[in-house]
Design a binder for this molecule. Structure first.
Ligand SMILES: Nc1ncnc2c1ncn2[C@@H]1O[C@H](COP(=O)(O)OP(=O)(O)OP(=O)(O)O)[C@@H](O)[C@H]1O
Length: 314
């Protein structure tokens, strides 16, 4: 659906995007991550036809954005970080204006009504945009992206500046939209990417440093087979017992969590699943296991690791 091949962009001497390739399949929600100045906006601007590339290809639905921008743009709904709203228009006037600009083909009144229903702004249809809350303005921004029913949605930090309730609402709306559209979502809120996206692409200093599913990234980058275990039992004996398990590489006592209850970090040899053996040993000694969780890295840890040379994240 979206195909980016060897994309490079130079601003004079500055190499902003350096030979980046990735693709997004139909119906996927892709998270696009990177620290400040990594080249995200440049990539998105090329993808949406606002900037030309120095070299490389960008195809939307098989159409090259540089060769046939008008056709390619028909498949794209774009919500920039600052939604392009005319504040002195009502929602109705604005969406009607956008409909005309995009030369949308759907029956006008029905289509605008349908879009308003999807993003839940029908109740403010006749209100001036400047009087709407930030969350509602963002929904109007999403509505303009949806006019014309484009297959691809490109959303640049769509939840920036919203309160937690609005963030949850917009996120679930994006998830819902993902059922019908292919979406690229740029965000610096990592939990958002983890909650909403199927796949994640990370760029750093113009280069692609990761392109995988969120689950795979977290799994592959983790020091495989690490768990945190919470055990009700005498600390030294439990420690020794855990150390004695075949395939155990390391046991660390993390600390006391309740009276008589201690938390341990355990690590097994590659390819060895020690969970059952831990359970059996503890059961034999009648030391209840109160919790066992995988210590796989969060997307936040992965992001920091992948971009650690760039001097901080946005
Ligand atoms: N018009 C321009 N002329 C020269 N350099 C530019 C121009 N636009 C961007 N850059 C540089 O290119 C690099 C990539 O910028 P870009 O805006 O794409 O990054 P970004 O990942 O979107 O960052 P942010 O998260 O801060 O928006 C940066 O070093 C930036 O300073």
């Amino acid at each position: 659906m979206i195909e980016i091949q060897n994309l490079t962009k130079r601003y004079g001497q500055k190499l902003a995007v350096d030979d980046v390739s990735f693709h997004v399949d139909r119906g996927e929600i892709l998270g696009f991550l990177g620290p400040n100045g990594a080249g995200k906006s440049t990539t998105m601007n090329i993808l949406t036809g606002y900037l030309s590339a120095t070299s490389g290809e960008c195809k939307i639905n098989g159409v090259d954005i540089l060769e046939d921008p008008i056709r390619a743009k028909r498949s794209i709904g774009y919500l920039p970080e600052q939604p392009p709203l005319y504040l002195d228009m009502t929602v109705k006037e604005y969406l009607s204006f956008i409909y005309d600009l995009k030369k949308a083909k759907q029956p006008k009144t029905e289509h605008i009504k349908e879009v308003c229903d999807v993003v839940k702004i029908s109740n403010v249809y006749n209100r001036l945009i400047k009087n709407l809350s930030k969350g509602y303005k963002q929904r109007v921004g999403l509505a303009q992206a949806l006019i014309g029913n484009p297959e691809v949605l490109i959303l640049d930090e769509p939840t920036v500046g919203l309160d937690p309730k609005q963030i949850i609402e917009i996120r679930s709306l994006i998830k819902k939209l993902g059922k019908k559209h292919t979406i690229i979502l740029s965000s610096h809120i990592l939990s958002e990417i983890q909650a909403v996206c199927d796949k994640v692409v990370v760029i750093n200093q113009g280069k692609l440093v990761a392109d995988d599913t969120t689950a795979n990234l977290s799994h592959n980058m983790s020091n495989d087979r690490r768990y945190t275990v919470l055990i009700d039992g005498p600390e030294n004996e439990v420690y020794r017992s855990l150390c004695g398990i075949t395939g155990m590489v390391n046991v660390d006592l993390l600390g006391k969590r309740e009276e008589g209850v201690y938390e341990y970090s355990v690590e097994a040899e590659d390819g060895v699943d020690i969970r059952r053996e831990i359970f059996k040993r503890l059961a034999e000694r009648n030391w209840p296991m109160l919790g066992l969780r995988s210590s796989e890295m969060s997307l936040e840890d992965i992001f920091l690791q992948l971009t650690k040379d760039s001097g901080g994240i946005k």
